[in-house]
Design a protein around this ligand. Structure first.
Ligand SMILES: NC(=O)c1ccc[n+]([C@@H]2O[C@H](COP(=O)([O-])OP(=O)(O)OC[C@H]3O[C@@H](n4cnc5c(N)ncnc54)[C@H](OP(=O)(O)O)[C@@H]3O)[C@@H](O)[C@H]2O)c1
Length: 297
């Protein structure tokens, strides 16, 4: 049976490490890192994400603010608000919760965030720096995947990582992160997508398989080799009438079968999911360090 990668535990460790650093800053009587999260509209899922992010900041002693704007906020108003936080010295990180209402151009909004405060890692400058291997902010979920591999001492150097999914928020950045010529990466990476013919041909070759597809139970035991480390990024709702909510959350991997063949596996929930907010806090702390260093130099 596979070792279960406990993302909840690792995320709690990261939050604890950051809390100690923030407490140390407070003891010095200096400014602490701050994150502003901007929500446009009243999408319940987005509201819940934004609330969790704010709560996580507060729990570790960081400064946190949630800007809740009505669904009819104009693009111009949103851009102005971003400008005001770009020049606000109390906030090191700016996160605009996606998706945005249809009348607002998401690309324009992401590009307006100062790259030095782009803690979501979606700004084209951050993406470009990641691709060319320069110091930058990594998107939080892929960063969480790499951190899980690192903390579970799963060797990546020279290993064949197969990523299924090529989205800009998971597949492409995780592939780029693991491709970098540095410690905790240096992998040989294959990226698959919906046009792949005979996907199993690729997945069976993986030493590390990363599933970011958005289809429940998609990766089956007969698609992998024995001993592969499996990272399941997927979060899918499937009906379950036995539960009060009427549904449960499952991953892209058929956990039952795959966990019998894999060496490591992330459960859903409790695997990659909890890492996203932990890495957002980490990015906010890094933004604070970079901004502080710049001011001192
Ligand atoms: N915090 C977290 O843990 C977190 C964060 C983000 C996302 N997620 C979850 O991760 C999953 C993926 O998210 P996403 O945003 O990357 O999804 P996405 O934008 O829908 O991308 C899905 C990718 O899977 C590929 N794909 C779909 N069907 C396929 C098939 N039959 N064979 C091979 N590839 C196939 C698609 O290929 P094409 O490009 O060809 O269409 C696409 O590249 C979702 O379940 C999402 O909820 C979790």
């Amino acid at each position: 049976m596979a070792v279960i990668i406990d993302g909840k535990k690792v995320a709690a460790e990261i939050r604890h490490e950051l809390k100690e650093k923030v407490e140390w800053l407070r003891s010095l009587n200096v400014r602490v890192p701050g994150l502003v999260t901007i929500l446009v509209g009243d999408n319940p899922a987005s509201l819940s994400y934004v609330t969790s992010k704010g709560k996580a900041c507060n729990e570790i002693g960081m400064l946190s603010k949630i800007e809740k704007l009505s669904a009819d906020t104009s693009e111009e108003e949103l851009l102005k608000l971003i400008d005001s936080y770009n020049s606000n010295n109390d906030y090191d990180g700016i996160l605009v919760q996606l998706p945005l209402p249809k009348h607002i151009n998401e690309d324009k909004v992401i590009e307006r965030i100062a790259p030095s405060k782009d803690v979501d890692g979606f700004h084209p400058i951050s993406v470009g720096n990641l691709v060319i291997g320069k110091d930058t902010f990594y998107p939080c979920t892929p960063y969480g995947v790499v951190e899980l591999l690192k903390r579970y001492k799963i060797e990546t150097s020279g290993k064949h990582v197969v990523v299924v999914g090529r989205s800009n928020i998971v597949g492409k950045p995780v592939a780029n992160l693991l491709l970098q010529k540095k410690e905790g990466a240096n992998a040989v990476v294959t990226v698959c997508h919906s046009a792949a013919k005979d996907l199993s041909r690729f997945t069976k070759e993986a030493d590390i398989l990363i599933a970011a597809i958005g289809r429940p139970y998609f990766i089956k035991a007969d698609m992998i080799k024995d001993g592969v480390a499996v990272i399941d990024v997927g979060i899918n709702r499937v009906e379950d009438s036995t539960l009060p909510k009427g549904y449960k959350l499952v991953g892209d991997v058929d956990y039952e079968g795959v966990s019998k063949k894999a060496s490591f596996i992330t459960p859903v929930p409790g695997g990659v999911g909890p890492m996203t907010i932990a890495m957002l806090l980490q990015n906010t702390f890094l933004a604070y360090i970079k901004i502080t260093k710049q001011k001192l130099s």
